[in-house]
Design a protein around this ligand. Structure first.
Ligand code: ZN
Length: 276
């Protein structure tokens, strides 16, 4: 059954991949290469510069990291497992991707396929890439990780900080005319995005995540307890510092915290209201 506004979580190794995203963003030196790979696509920052896409910049990043690690895991697992099943003839070989695709009720393209040699397995991998099904799978896993991590403002800050450091290096002079025109729509100058209207869906998501309270002083902003407290949807990483117009870069603040914070300071909170 499909219900509008809901999606089914399957959690295929979701926590495992979420932990990798966490380690990459926390600056694990062995994983820094994965950040460089993400930015290897030179157009990536202009794609992320488009304001408030529902597939947020954070989704795009998570999906990239999941893709790289899944790919690696798939090859490692299948090579090892295929050898094992050949030695123990009773055990049936099931490719790594099939475990995940079955979990998500996605087409696995097996169709009674038999794996006689490891070449057959590699051909099967090839087919999964060509059909695009793996990319769809990464997207599903990324949606689940986003759901978990959107609640973690420290990680959001680390993510936005990573982006901001790259924004700093953007040089509009390097563009050809068409690229320049495209970029000029979103940037006020190199590396600094224009302030734009924040859409209602984004405000709603942030409001519910932050439970209608100022992230810094925890003042109630619901309008039920007090009518005088105004809501501010604040950029965690300020635009002036290379922040994105992205749902993962917005937090709920009250009037006075927003004013005292100043346009260039980077503050969020690691305090959360307990469930009970
Ligand atoms: Zn406040």
């Amino acid at each position: 059954m499909k219900t509008k506004g809901f999606f089914r979580h399957t959690y295929f190794n979701t926590y495992y991949y979420a932990n990798i995203v966490n380690n990459v963003l926390s600056g694990d030196a062995e994983l820094l290469g994965f950040i460089s790979n993400f930015f290897a696509d030179e157009g990536i920052l202009y794609k992320l510069a488009e304001p408030f896409q529902k597939k947020s910049a954070f989704h795009v990043f998570i999906q990239h990291i999941v893709g790289e690690f899944f790919d690696n895991d798939m090859h490692e697992h299948d090579e090892r497992d295929f050898k094992y099943c050949q030695l123990h003839a009773r055990d049936k070989f099931t490719p790594y991707a099939v475990h995940a695709l079955d979990d998500y009720n996605m087409e696995n393209y097996l169709d009674g396929e038999e794996f006689k040699t490891y070449d057959d397995v590699e051909k099967y991998h090839e087919e999964l890439y060509l059909t695009g099904i793996l990319w769809d799978l990464y997207e599903k896993i990324a949606d689940e990780i986003f759901y978990l991590m959107f609640n973690n403002r420290k990680i959001l800050l680390l993510f936005n900080d990573m982006i901001a450091q790259r924004m700093d290096r953007i040089n509009l002079v390097d563009f050809d005319e068409e690229e320049y025109e495209q970029a000029a729509k979103y940037f006020t100058k190199a590396g600094i995005l224009k302030r734009v209207h924040i859409p209602e869906w984004c405000k709603k998501a942030v409001y519910f995540r932050d439970r209608g309270r100022c992230c810094l002083c925890h003042k109630d902003l619901s309008g039920i307890v007090s009518m005088n407290n105004k809501n501010h949807y604040d950029h965690i990483m300020p635009l002036a510092q290379g922040g994105l117009n992205d749902v993962a870069n917005i937090q709920l603040l009250c009037d006075s915290c927003n004013t005292s914070k100043g346009a260039r300071s980077i503050v969020t909170s690691e305090l959360y209201e307990s469930w009970f």
